[in-house]
Design a protein around this ligand. Structure first.
Ligand code: MG
Length: 282
């Protein structure tokens, strides 16, 4: 299933988003017409079994012009991995980390798959990072790698937009990773049953149509089971939590000469079997 959050095309970014299903032919099923009490796609949606209930319905949907929101609302946390692709670690001149390098993006970064991203005032060197994002489906702590896939609701595409000037000015990455709108995500949440092997997915980023990143999730240093085991050792994962698993090589800052995003640029991030997000920087 491809789960989406949507509102009318001219709708405001607000609580007006509704849960829906995106069908293969592009038609949309408005889940609120079938289940009037269905919650938004957030913690309760996963913990109260709405993924399973939604999987049982057989509706063809309707053609609709909609505005898509970030496919998960209000996660308790967005955890990200740094330097988790071999080729990306190499391009940055980093040593391969011995343990997963974790940082957080704050919730103000959440952004829709086709929404604009505002250029910040306080930092230059804005950069793109296409990433496979995991969405957690049930609460867990001390999850072993053997059990890890049982805790995953699905996958989505995230652009871990990064303000390099702010990121590299300090040893903490918080500022440079957490500007408003710096985590566009979507276009949908693909449930885990549809992704046969999350470690064999092509992921690409294009800037103004030009391919900048073209990698495969098979290049991850720490794979998903190891990531979940490592994080959950002492951090409880909650339903709806997002884990961005790192980016392949080809980011702008490590190019020679570096390339940075300017106002007016459009960045497309795409992952095989999930879809594409397109965000204009303004
Ligand atoms: Mg990243």
């Amino acid at each position: 299933m491809k789960l989406i959050r949507f509102c009318a095309e001219n709708g405001e970014k607000s609580e007006s988003f509704k849960p829906g299903l995106l069908k293969e032919d592009g038609k949309i099923v408005d889940l609120t017409t079938i289940f009037p009490d269905i919650p938004d796609i957030s913690r309760k949606f996963f913990s109260q079994g709405w993924v399973e209930k939604t999987a049982e319905i057989d509706e063809t949907g309707k053609k609709m012009d909609v505005h898509l929101g970030c496919p998960v609302a209000d996660p308790s946390k967005i955890i990200c991995l740094g330097k988790n692709y071999k080729e990306h670690a190499k391009e940055g001149g980093f040593d391969v980390p011995e343990k997963p390098l974790l940082f957080c993006k704050t919730l103000n970064t959440l952004n829709g798959p086709f929404d604009s991203v505002e250029m910040p005032r306080s930092s230059g060197q804005i950069d793109w990072e296409v990433e496979l994002a995991i969405v957690i489906g049930k609460q867990g702590r001390r999850i072993s790698r053997e059990q890890a896939y049982d805790y995953i609701a699905g996958y989505t595409v995230m652009n871990d937009v990064s303000a390099r000037e702010a990121q590299f000015a300090f040893s903490q990455w918080f500022r440079g990773k957490s500007f408003d709108g710096f985590a566009p995500m979507g276009p949908c949440l693909v449930t885990s049953d549809e992704i046969k092997n999350p470690h064999d997915l092509r992921l690409t980023a294009r800037v103004n149509g030009k391919t900048m990143q073209d990698g495969n999730t098979n290049d991850m240093i720490f794979q998903i089971p190891a990531i979940i085991e490592n994080i959950s050792e002492d951090i409880t994962l909650e339903p709806g939590d997002i884990i961005a698993t790192g980016t392949p090589s080809g980011v702008g800052i490590f190019r020679d000469p570096p390339i940075v995003i300017k106002a007016g640029d459009t960045v497309e991030c795409e992952i095989e079997d999930i879809g594409k997000i397109v965000n204009k920087f303004v």
